[in-house]
Write a protein that binds this ligand. Sequence first.
Ligand code: KIV
Length: 265
Amino acid sequence: MPSKITAPMLREMKRKGEKISMITAYDAAFARLADEAGVDAILVGDSLGNVMLGYHTTLPVSMEAMVHHTRAVASSPRRALIISDMPFGSYQASPEDAVRAAVELVKAGAEVVKLEGPYHEAIRAITRAGIPVFGHVGMTPQSVNLFGGHKVQGRNGRGQPVIEAAKTVDEAGAIGMVLELVPRALACEITRSVGCATIGIGAGPECDGQVLVMHDMLGLGEGDFKHSKFYAKLGEQVVAAFKQYSDEVKSGAFPDAEHSFEDRP
Ligand code: KIV
């Protein structure tokens, strides 16, 4: 089995030009499959609010939900690095809040915590507490109301605030950062200028790695996003399987003798 991926290894992978693969997962079953596939990092994203719980945004996702799903993903030892999102409201008010929330996620099994935006003090305080931090800049979904939707950020000469945010996150000591929905050239410039690893989603191929939301890439969700790619259409297969099962129950074809128990002689 290849060696366990640790937080310090991400900078090393960046240095060597070795691309980093990351995928979201929210439960033990899919975390095991991602690990088996050799994915480097599993993100317990607060996107679980959208894809698992049916919310329109990530804003209602609670600390309790993040702890619950982190515990499931981390229930077995994983080769992949386990990163958990800090939910909206858990780190914005003060670095003290941020440390408390990060500790809770680590106790649930997270090896790294991720927060959105240039929260320099929070990143430093969590890191001082011995917890590696991942940043997230560009389109940060917890600020969806400020942006007026899930829109590409830093277009049309407005890249400077994204560059500044990335610099702040890097200088604060983050081990990596997600670059979400930013033009390719901007992501490339940021990737070259920061020491930590950049993981893109809708940010082009020059990032140090890529992340996709599991449901989007497996065809399990309702979305068809330009930044994502269908690696499977599992939704269609699931509907076909459910339909066949339902039809067989109604016709009496299931369960047959093979799937029934007889009295022992
Ligand atoms: O919550 C999430 O899934 C994320 C990814 C979009 C990077 O933050």
